[in-house]
Design a protein around this ligand. Structure first.
Ligand code: AHR
Length: 541
């Protein structure tokens, strides 16, 4: 299959009657959210800071930069730009990402990694080969490689999640990259790093063992058993070099795959003992196939992300049982986002140019609302998902876009930035009573979707609320079952036009507004959520 035809593959799969997760029925009761019969009742949320589910690992709000389109070249690295520093790093982009506080960034791919030779991207820049990246039909000058990325990460205040080539690459080459990055000195690859001017080891902890190896579009695509054996071999060799690594095996590319879950099971039967986590990927769209273009169904799609998490976790635990292993794997949701417009034709074919405009999805208000819901799903599942990456970060299916004069915050930037700023501490085990609406193929869905966090050190509580009701506001009543907090600040993302976007010409069509200050008395807080909105409220103790 042609490497650019993943979408068609998925369409074919669904035509052939293969269920995609968006069509699974979901019960709100299974999601811990119950439904009173009277839809006019206020939505009631019971919160108790003593009742938490799990600590939130900051890596839950990571992101992704692939050698794809203008993500690296022109995005974060552009030596010709007036906005760049002496390293060629775009200063405005670096500062934006540093201020956002993105904890971990996956690099260099994605599909790109499965044909990438990391040795092409290190050493004197003048000697690096110009190569054809076959995943995206793009010219790669290799002027930005592992050392540049790891230097950039330090400046951006983030950690790397390095992807390894298990397509055309070998386990030996994977272990060599670990040696290059993490061994102090005195070995072939650590000495090469010294020769390249870097004395200190980088100590990269998190690694992905390949990318979407279940996909026929992937360079080096193979069967689950073949991949499982290769991942096991790579992991073993890598751990000989550095036993402290955290390794993520390549799980299914999504619930639309014909081998969904079976792939994960077979892979883990081979390599369970050698890895720490398995990956999940998922992209959502308000498409005819997925939602029939119905925005109220689209805004419920975060529930199928939650279901995907439960299903993959269940597979991990079945294999754990087979192996009688004391180890419980965690999940790495290392690609997730909305992506459905810039998905075929010229949008994915680099036409053998450098830094072509690929996957430059323009996001609207409803996409941002769903991204808020997807973040809620990740927060609620933080007991199992320890790492996740919004795919991607700059120019390619991204919250941040650049041109030669500056950057633009797309609509999806805002819910992501709120998670980074406010979702801290532990996940609250909330009880939610909400009226519901029926979604074809999904059943009853709560009008209001809620996630919450509590920081014991500061006493701060944050709630993230998606009002899926496209027409009506909803009154919220929070019942504080433990101690009740005082002042609350509210930010709201909403608007009259679900299809409104931000552009370089009109960058503030969709931006957060300060919401009504919620009032608390006798242990209850009340406030109103506008229709089609995503809201964060933060209370101090
Ligand atoms: O993020 C864009 C692409 O989507 C990645 O390269 C691939 O892993 C996924 O299919």
């Amino acid at each position: 299959m042609h490497p650019f035809s993943r979408r068609h593959f998925l369409q074919d799969a669904s035509k052939a009657g293969i269920a995609i997760a968006a069509n699974f029925a979901l019960s709100p009761h299974l999601l811990g959210q119950s439904s009173p019969s009277n839809p006019a009742q206020p939505i009631r949320i019971y919160a108790d800071s003593r009742r938490t589910l799990a600590p939130i690992n900051r890596d839950l709000f990571g992101s992704f930069l692939e050698h794809l389109g203008r993500a690296i070249y022109e995005g974060i690295y552009d030596p010709q730009s007036k906005l760049s520093d002496a390293n060629g790093f775009r200063k405005d982009v670096l500062e934006e990402i540093r201020k956002l506080g993105v904890p971990i960034i996956r690099y260099p791919g994605g599909n790109f990694v499965s044909g990438y030779n990391w040795l092409d991207g290190v050493g004197p820049k003048a000697n690096r080969p110009v190569v054809l990246d076959k995943a995206w039909n793009t010219i790669n000058s290799n002027q930005f490689g592992t050392d540049e990325f790891l230097a950039w990460c330090r400046l951006a205040g983030t950690q790397p999640l390095l992807g390894l080539n298990l397509g055309t690459g070998t386990p030996e080459q994977a272990a060599a990259l670990v040696e290059y990055c993490n061994v102090e000195k005195g070995t072939r690859w650590s000495d090469l790093r010294h020769k390249n001017g870097i004395a200190e080891p980088y100590n990269v902890r998190h690694w992905c063992l390949g990318n979407e190896m279940d996909g026929p579009w992937q360079i080096g695509h193979m069967t689950a058993t073949e991949y499982g054996l290769k991942a096991e071999d790579a992991a073993r060799q890598m751990r000989y070099v550095d036993p402290s690594l955290k390794l993520v095996a390549c799980g299914s590319s999504g619930p639309g795959m014909p081998t969904y879950l079976e792939w994960d099971r077979e892979v883990l039967e081979q390599c369970y003992d050698y890895v720490d986590a398995i990956s999940l990927h998922r992209y959502f769209g308000n498409t005819t196939e997925e939602t029939g273009g119905d925005s109220s169904k689209y805004l419920a799609m975060n529930l199928s992300m939650e279901r995907q998490i439960d299903e993959v976790a269940a597979v991990c635990d079945v294999v754990r049982g087979h192996k009688r292993s004391p180890k419980k794997l965690w999940l790495s949701f290392d690609e997730w986002n909305v992506w459905y417009r810039a998905r075929s034709g010229a949008a994915v074919n680099g036409a053998r140019q450098s830094a072509p405009h690929l996957l430059e999805e323009v996001y609207n208000l409803e996409d941002a609302l769903l991204v808020g819901g997807l973040l809620n799903a990740l927060i609620r599942k933080a007991d199992r998902v320890k790492l996740a990456c919004l795919a991607q970060l700059v120019n390619v299916i991204a919250p941040i876009m650049t041109n030669e004069n500056g950057l633009l915050r797309q609509t999806i930037y805002y819910p992501y930035s709120w998670a980074l700023e406010f979702a801290r501490g532990a996940v609250l085990d909330l009880v939610v009573e909400s009226p519901t609406y029926d979604v074809a193929g999904m059943g009853a869905v709560n009008y209001v979707d809620v996630a919450g966090t509590y920081q014991s050190e500061t006493g701060k509580t944050a709630l993230f609320l998606l009002n899926r009701d496209l027409a009506k506001p909803h009154e919220i009543q929070i019942v504080w079952e433990g101690s009740s907090p005082r002042a609350g600040d509210t930010l709201v993302l909403t608007g009259s036009d679900l299809k409104a976007t931000n552009t370089f010409e009109s960058p503030a069509r969709v931006t957060p507004q300060k919401g009504e200050q919620p009032s608390t008395s006798a242990g209850r807080t009340t406030f109103e959520l506008p229709p089609r909105s995503y809201t964060v409220v933060q209370w101090t103790a």
